[in-house]
Design a protein around this ligand. Structure first.
Ligand code: MG
Length: 364
């Protein structure tokens, strides 16, 4: 990963900090945003931000988290309420911010929390024992307070030399404020380790692959064609080694392309007699299996058929359903389109049918 403080590292196109601030910028209940930075990070800070309208000029923090919060509070004396947030929680959602602002209207201190779901053990003297997670919550930020209350709590803690609070809620509680919990968001995680950064980046830039496929087969005298897995009576048939289903062949190539796995001929050589007259659904199913073997999720498939006849419209829905079934995805993720070739060229002379396909796959 990138060196330096993680709030300035990039996840996707934006820095962690900019991603965090945008969530606050987007909340209509937030009037201003005050960032507290380390004195060495001025350049990093300016490089990390794009335009954020509600942002006040940054102030320099202190040696501890508590003294940094105090610096921030001192910079916004006009605020009546304040939400204090870890810059390294970029997945905070605007609706959570709104929930906390709303709860602050009737509560002195509002903190998002999520129930602990992992089993817990306590280690003492090298021995571990189970701890019930019943009633235990993990606390997140942003944590909301009336400005005067949290300012006063911080002042008092500073006066008595307490600087060991891990968050503002603990400090507020020490100062005698009632802390109210609201439902946090499991996705609102704090980026702590390089692995957190890697998975945050991955979640921001999904590995989306779009594969393309093309196929054509010749039309010869016959009694029907098979297109996208559907048999359609016709005065011709498609000629080929297998059932010559151009739609499924193009789509098979498109799926194989998403994982760079060559083309249909590599997997089912036309020279191999076992594929003579074979139904093409097995080619498509095999390609889908290879994609899933790579951890891929097939999110969309689209086939365009180019032919003068037969008419595709009446069979479109059956084709979508057939391809969805073969691949094992919802039919609303499958598209079939058709066009004539305006009587031009070999398609226009009904010497052959062409299929074009794309497949969209998300890899882990
Ligand atoms: Mg073919």
């Amino acid at each position: 990963g990138e060196a330096g403080p993680k709030q300035y590292a990039k996840i996707g196109r934006h820095s962690v900090l900019a991603t965090t601030l945008n969530a606050f910028q987007d909340c209509p209940l937030i009037e201003g945003i005050q960032v507290v930075i380390h004195e060495d990070d001025t350049d990093l800070y300016h490089a990390a931000l794009s335009r954020i309208e509600k942002l006040e000029p940054a102030v320099i923090g202190g040696a501890t988290r508590q003294s940094s919060v105090l610096s921030g509070l001192a910079a916004i004396p006009e605020a009546t309420h304040v939400l204090i947030h870890d810059a390294a929680r970029p997945f905070v959602r605007t609706d959570l911010i709104e929930t906390i602002c709303t709860a602050l209207q009737t509560n002195a201190a509002v903190v998002p929390a999520v129930a602990v779901t992992d089993s817990l053990r306590r280690v003492e003297d090298g021995k571990s024992s189970a701890v019930s997670r019943q009633g235990l919550f993990s606390v997140q930020t942003p944590q909301g307070f009336r400005s005067a209350d949290i300012q006063d709590a911080h002042d008092r803690a500073e006066k008595v030399g307490r600087n060991d609070f891990t968050d503002d809620a603990s400090l507020a509680e020490w100062a005698g404020l009632d802390v109210t919990l609201v439902s946090g968001d499991p996705a609102n995680m704090k980026l702590t380790t390089p692995a957190d950064m890697a998975s945050a980046s991955a979640s921001k830039v999904p590995d989306v692959r779009v594969g393309h496929g093309y196929d054509t087969h010749q039309l010869v005298a016959g009694d029907g064609v098979i297109l996208c897995g559907v048999t359609i009576p016709h005065n011709r048939r498609l000629d080929g080694h297998s059932d010559a289903d151009v739609g499924l062949h193009a789509l098979t190539d498109a799926l194989l392309a998403t994982i760079g796995a060559g083309d249909i001929g590599d997997h089912f050589p036309p020279t191999d007699p076992q594929w003579r007259g074979a139904k093409s659904d097995q080619f498509l199913a095999h390609a889908a299996e290879l994609v899933r073997g790579r951890g891929g999720t097939i999110t969309h498939m689209d086939v365009t058929l180019l032919c003068e006849s037969p008419k595709i419209g009446p069979h479109r829905q059956a084709m979508r359903e057939m391809m969805a079934k073969i691949v094992g995805i919802d039919v609303d993720r499958v598209s079939v389109k058709a066009t004539t070739n305006e009587r031009v060229g070999f398609i226009g002379r009904e010497e052959g049918i062409v299929a074009l396909a794309t497949a969209t796959v998300v890899l882990p």
